[in-house]
Design a binder for this molecule. Sequence first.
Ligand code: 4NP
Length: 157
Amino acid sequence: MARILFLCLGNICRSPTAEAVLRHMADAAGLDLTVDSCGTGNWHAGEPPDRRAIAAAAQRGYDLTALRARQLAAEDFSRFDLILAMDRSNLRGAEERRPARATAELLLFGSLLDAERPGAKSMDVPDPWYSGDFDGALDLIEDGCRALIRRLSQPAQ
Ligand code: 4NP
């Protein structure tokens, strides 16, 4: 069973969306995954996702309403097998906080898109909190999660 943690800045837009999308896809695929999300920042700790993120996700059948924001903690680096950062800035933030004894693998979420989108070059998922482009973020998140499900469904080499 794999334990996956999504990481963004506020944990109210991109990473909770990815959490709900991956959980939904894992259920559909019959994969037993532990899925969670958090932010490098703590400004929104305890809050539900942004209402625009909730609305855009609901349009595609994902329910974000029960999720609450929390900040990345040192224990996350041993509680999870894989931490996926939604952009390079948060990947750097996680690298800086990574304890010496960390066991989790740390990856840019966009690296999952390379197989899906030729020329994607491990892109960042742009922050919709500023741009308002929640559908664009959802497109990238669905593609990346689909690639992750495929990777996790393959028998171990
Ligand atoms: P997220 O978006 O990292 O995708 O959750 C943001 C949400 C809030 C803020 C920044 C990004 N903020 O600065 O409060």
